[in-house]
Structure formats: structure tokens, C-alpha cells
Design a protein around this ligand. Sequence first.
Ligand SMILES: Cc1ncc(COP(=O)(O)O)c(C=O)c1O
Length: 386
Amino acid sequence: MGGAELIGGEEKDAIAEVIDRGAVLFRYGFDKQRHSIYKVSEFEKKFAEYSGVRYALGASSGTAALRIALAALGIRRGDEVIMPAFTFVATAEAIIESGATPVIAEIDSSLNLNPDDFENKITEKTKAVVPVHMLGVAAKMDRVMEIAKKHRLRVLEDAAQACGSSFRGKKVGTIGDIGIYSFDYVKTITTGEGGMLVTNDEDLYLKASSFHDHGHEHQTDVPRGKDLRREHGFNFRMSELQGAMGIVQLGRLDYVISEQIKNKESIKEAIKEIRAIRFRELPDAAGDGGDTLVFFLPNKGMASNFEEGLTQEGIGTKILPSALNWHYVAYWDHIRLKIKNPNATWPSTDSILRQAIAIPISVKMAEAEIEKIISAVKRVAGDVLL
Ligand SMILES: Cc1ncc(COP(=O)(O)O)c(C=O)c1O
């Protein structure tokens, strides 16, 4: 599950410090009462440093960070934004909230945006693309960037599920114009609820910062009450308690990933002898966040039987297929009329997702738990693949 498994004394102390030293939970102002302690601001600085970017902005959630990013990019009604068919519903919600129309592209066997289909879906209305780095694995950012550049599109990376993962030496989220992360309870690191936006572009950062705080320009030489505003905004601020917790969790991020990778590799190595299964394509295996092991069965009937077999063995799956209906556009009848071509289908995505099984990987996995998963997968494979 990630950072949530490690919540303990350090997080408790960090939160207690905010309360003990003035209890100012608001990220701006009240300098005297808070003894000059600014936790969100410190978290942002450390996060930017960790990510190798110039700017980071805390947000109340990953969904909020997506909405802020779209506002900073100037996305509005009449614009089209391309996104993959497999993601959490929040990606589409943020595009719809910005007034734009989500255009849904197929995924490939990396379970992320298929670059060829992304290019196929570009029209004169397309303003941006949102590659999503699902389940800790980077999308094919080299091709995505090449195509976006050719068509002059902005790139917003949804790295909600891939904080700390990288692609060819760069942290995901820092390759496009702007990137976002989620720190909700099940993410690589957590602040309970929370998110972060990163960019190297000063103009985008200033627009984002202003939009996430009712349009405040954050002038340093005037009191907050006299601050100027040019554009409308909203309240998507991160609180000081989230900031305090984020600093501690950020310090755990590399450990979370290295333990997950170790546990994932033990299982992968042991089950790779099952010849009929095919592992998920990893565009950069060295940058994997390690929180999920995905493999494909030869057909959807076998995948369905495989899930049933695992359930009987007491092994759950992660998203695929256990929560597919929240992560695959084909199920989203409640927003279908708001996406482009409401009657569209995604045959390639459909067949990839319905053949997939995802095993959740945790930070703390005892030898016995790893062994249990390995023998369950082997036993079920023996039954299903006969
Ligand atoms: C791909 C993706 N984007 C965005 C979000 C939204 O993040 P949050 O839950 O912090 O709002 C999530 C959360 O699950 C996600 O998986």
C-alpha cells in the first residue's frame, strides 16, 4: 500500500509540532503566531528538490492538483484534452470541471497511453494531452513528448499513482509542462488527502498558485487582505497538517519504492516460469515504483477464472480487475455525455484490461506472505491454464 504502512511516531511528532507551536493550520500568514513555521511551504521546497524541478505547489488533493494544472495551462470550454481510457475517473472529472471535453485514447500493453492512438485523436481543437502513469509505471514519455511537440500541445502528466517513479532518469511528472501527484491514503506516500503540482515554468507556477487560492497573487509586500487578483480562482489549498506529514513521508519515499521493488521482484522471479502468462510492458523498468505486479492471461475467460481462483486462495487484486469500473472509461455512464463521441468504444484497451491480473505489492511483506502469493498464483495457473 505504500507510505501509509509506515505512519508512526515521526508523523505524530510532526503534526504535534504544528499544534504545539501556535496551531496555525493555514498555509499563509499569521507569522508571529506560527513562529515562522510554514510546513506546506517547506514540503513544497523539499518536494521540488527531490523531483529536480524549480517549482512545487501543494494542493488539497490530486484531483484538485489536476484542476489547478488545467487552469494554469489555460484550458477552457471548447478545448479538447486527450487522456487514456484506463485511469482513475478523477482525470476526466478535472477536464470536465475545466469546461473542456475529454477525448479518450486507447492504452497499450504498458497499460498507459498508446502514443499512436493519441496522435490519431488530435484535432484542431486539441490543446493538451494527459498521459497517466498508472500503477507506478511511466507512460512512453519519449513518444508522447515528440508527438505533443509536433502538434504544439501542452502536456500535463497525471502521476497521481507514480510519485517517485521515473522515466529515463527523470521523475515522472517533471517531463511535460506540468505534473501532478496524489497523496491520498493508498498512494506511494500519503498525507491522508493531498496532492502536489510541479513545473519548471514560472508563469505556469504563478498561475497555478493564484488559482489554487481564490486568485491571490501572493504579493510579498502587502498584507494578504490587500492582495491583488487578476483571474478567478478557487480554494484548493493544502493545510499545514498535511504539509507536516508530507515532509516526513517524503523522507520515506525512496525506502517505500526500494522495498516494493524487492518484494515485487521476488514474486515475479518465482512465477516467470509459468509460460502462458505475459508480464506488463515496462517502458523503463529501472524507474518502476513497484507497487503492483501485472500479468496477462491468454484470454479474458482465463483471466476471469484466474481472479476467481485467487479469491478462493485468499489473494486479492489491485484495480485489475477488482476496481476496474472506477478506472475504465467504458463503465462511466454517469459522464458519458460529457466526453467526445459518447458512443465510442476502445476495443484494444478492452481486450488488454480484461486479460490482466494485478497483484498488489506492499512495503512490509513477510517472507510467508510472499510465499503464499507465489504458491497461490502457481496453483491457480495449474488449474486455469490446463
Ligand atoms: C490516476 C489518478 N489521477 C488522479 C487521482 C486523484 O487523486 P486524489 O485521490 O488525491 O484526489 C487518482 C487517485 O486515485 C488517480 O489514481
